[in-house]
Design a protein around this ligand. Structure first.
Ligand code: PAF
Length: 281
């Protein structure tokens, strides 16, 4: 596995590979890899000639009071895990390499950002779309792999790819969970021990909602209330949102039908967790 920190060295290598018509599977991450990321890498390995992993904690997507400085980082551990997944190139730029000057422009996401994480994290998806536009131009991947834990991000990335005509296939990959159902996330390490025990309730509440819908409930408000009650009574976390929207358009719906997402975000002492279920009826 070759590690690149310079954009120009990395692009020279990629150009050579593209000239040989090799397909490129790209997994963009902010590092502190967990099983969810490894699942993306495994899928990319199966489907492409070359696998590229990027690790970059993108300052543009964090708000001023968010966890940029405490976001977990461990490059040597990530490097070993990437080697284990037979990654060909690891792209690990510094912030100065990615943003050498005050950016002269940024990508503004106009759609799908007034709901879910977009509502409570203003500017977050502009930061995600800006860095991904840069990364897609640098890497020129055939396929890009994203975990569905960040289902709103997957929907936004779909918009970036289609609006800007990137010739990239978006590959959404199912959520990987701990034994108690907690969605794997780099941020889970920042849960206090008692919060880690409580956090399994997030998935339990989504699962209970699913069962209720399977038994015939079609009123989204009743389903979100059920989830809110479970989280409020069984955890010490503060609910940021519990919403049900169409997926991937992320529009409100009066009755549960077709494809929709039940999504939630809960704040614990040092970390805010998100989770979701996408259902089709
Ligand atoms: O999902 C993430 O880790 C980040 O939002 C991404 C896609 C790497 C962009 O910085």
């Amino acid at each position: 596995m070759k590690v690149f920190t310079s954009i120009s060295d990395f692009q020279s290598e990629i150009k050579k590979r593209k000239a040989q018509s090799e397909s490129i599977g790209f997994v963009p991450t902010m590092g502190f890899l967990h099983e969810g990321h490894l699942t993306l890498l495994k899928k990319a390995r199966q489907e492409n000639d070359i696998v590229i992993l990027s690790i970059f904690v993108n300052p543009l997507q964090f708000g001023p009071t968010e966890d940029f400085s405490t976001y977990p980082r461990d490059f040597e551990r990530d490097r070993a895990l990437a080697e284990g997944e037979k990654v060909d190139f690891l792209f690990y730029p510094s912030a100065e390499e990615m943003y050498p000057n005050e950016p002269s422009l940024k990508v503004v996401v106009q759609d799908r950002t007034d709901v879910l994480c977009g509502k409570s994290r203003p500017g977050h998806f502009d930061g995600v779309a800006t860095v991904l536009t840069k990364l897609f131009n640098i890497v020129m991947p055939t396929r890009a792999y994203f975990g569905l834990k960040d289902a709103q991000q997957v929907a936004v990335v779909g918009g970036v790819i289609s609006d800007f005509n990137f010739p990239i296939e978006l590959v959404p990959v199912d959520i990987v969970r701990e034994e108690d159902g907690l969605a794997k996330s780099s941020r889970n390490i920042n849960l206090l021990p008692y919060e880690r025990k409580e956090a399994g309730v997030l998935f339990k509440s989504l699962w209970t909602a699913r069962k209720t819908i399977e038994r015939g409930e079609r009123n989204p408000d009743k389903v979100t209330s059920l989830i809110r009650e479970m989280i409020a009574s069984e955890t010490s976390g503060q609910i940021d949102y519990v919403e049900i929207l169409t997926y991937p358009r992320l529009k409100p719906l009066v009755n549960l039908e077709s494809t929709f997402i039940i999504a939630l975000a809960v704040k614990f002492t040092k970390v805010r967790l998100i989770d979701n279920l996408i259902l089709e009826i």
